[in-house]
Write a protein that binds this ligand. Structure first.
Ligand code: GLN
Length: 206
């Protein structure tokens, strides 16, 4: 086993659809065990879970088909830290603006509008100042959702053009960009540091 600060952690990546392989690679570079989560039973014993970018409508349908619509809120209630990125941020949100019928997991009290960054330029990159990171993070936005409202106790970690783009509430995190496509593992390392800090016993067993 490697002696990186994160050795001993097992992090799941929801692997129903989307950019889960790139998250897996980023996490492996940081020295954690990674598990692709395809069934609710794969949540057992995880220290954290990433919900990747992709297509949220497809993922939402697969989540219902496999029982994640119940298993993920249950795991969250039991303390499993979760990080939704891009489409994953839509999945963890409280509600989708303009389409409250599309089901969400309602883990993080934010409202998101799908595909809401620029109709002509659907994708772009910016250098973002993120609370907790030493250097600006190159953030890749791909048909990203916009966070249009947050509950008062949602902590905003980064903004772009005034809008929150990285947020946290309890042990739920959301970034509307794709942190796994930046050749920079700083945000993944930040997520691991946060979940270790919130479960101090992990440090002793790592
Ligand atoms: N537009 C996608 C959705 O609404 C999200 C895009 C992404 O994850 N890159 O599901």
């Amino acid at each position: 086993m490697s002696d990186t600060p994160f050795a001993g952690l097992t992090i799941g990546v929801l692997a129903l659809q989307g950019a889960f392989r790139e998250h897996r690679q980023a996490l492996e570079r940081l020295g954690v065990q990674v598990r692709e989560v395809r069934l609710p039973k794969h949540l057992e014993g995880l220290d954290g879970l990433i919900l990747p970018g992709g297509e949220s409508t497809t993922m939402a349908k697969l989540m219902v088909a496999y029982g994640f619509d119940r298993a993920l809120p249950d795991a969250y209630a039991q303390g499993l830290p979760m990080w939704g990125t891009c489409a994953g941020a839509i999945l963890v949100a409280h509600e989708i603006a303009g389409n409250p019928e599309q089901p969400t997991l309602d883990l993080l009290p934010i409202t998101v509008a799908r595909n809401d960054y620029g109709r002509q330029v659907a994708s772009f990159e910016i250098d973002l100042d993120v609370e907790g990171l030493d250097a600006p993070f190159r953030a890749v936005f791909i048909r990203a959702p916009r966070i249009v409202s947050t509950a008062p106790d949602v902590h905003v970690l980064a903004r772009h053009a005034g809008d929150p783009v990285a947020v946290r509430h309890g042990h739920a995190f959301a970034t509307v960009f794709h942190p796994e496509l930046s050749n920079d593992d700083a945000l993944h390392a930040w997520f691991l540091r946060e979940l270790v800090a919130h479960r101090p016993t992990l440090e002793a067993s790592a």
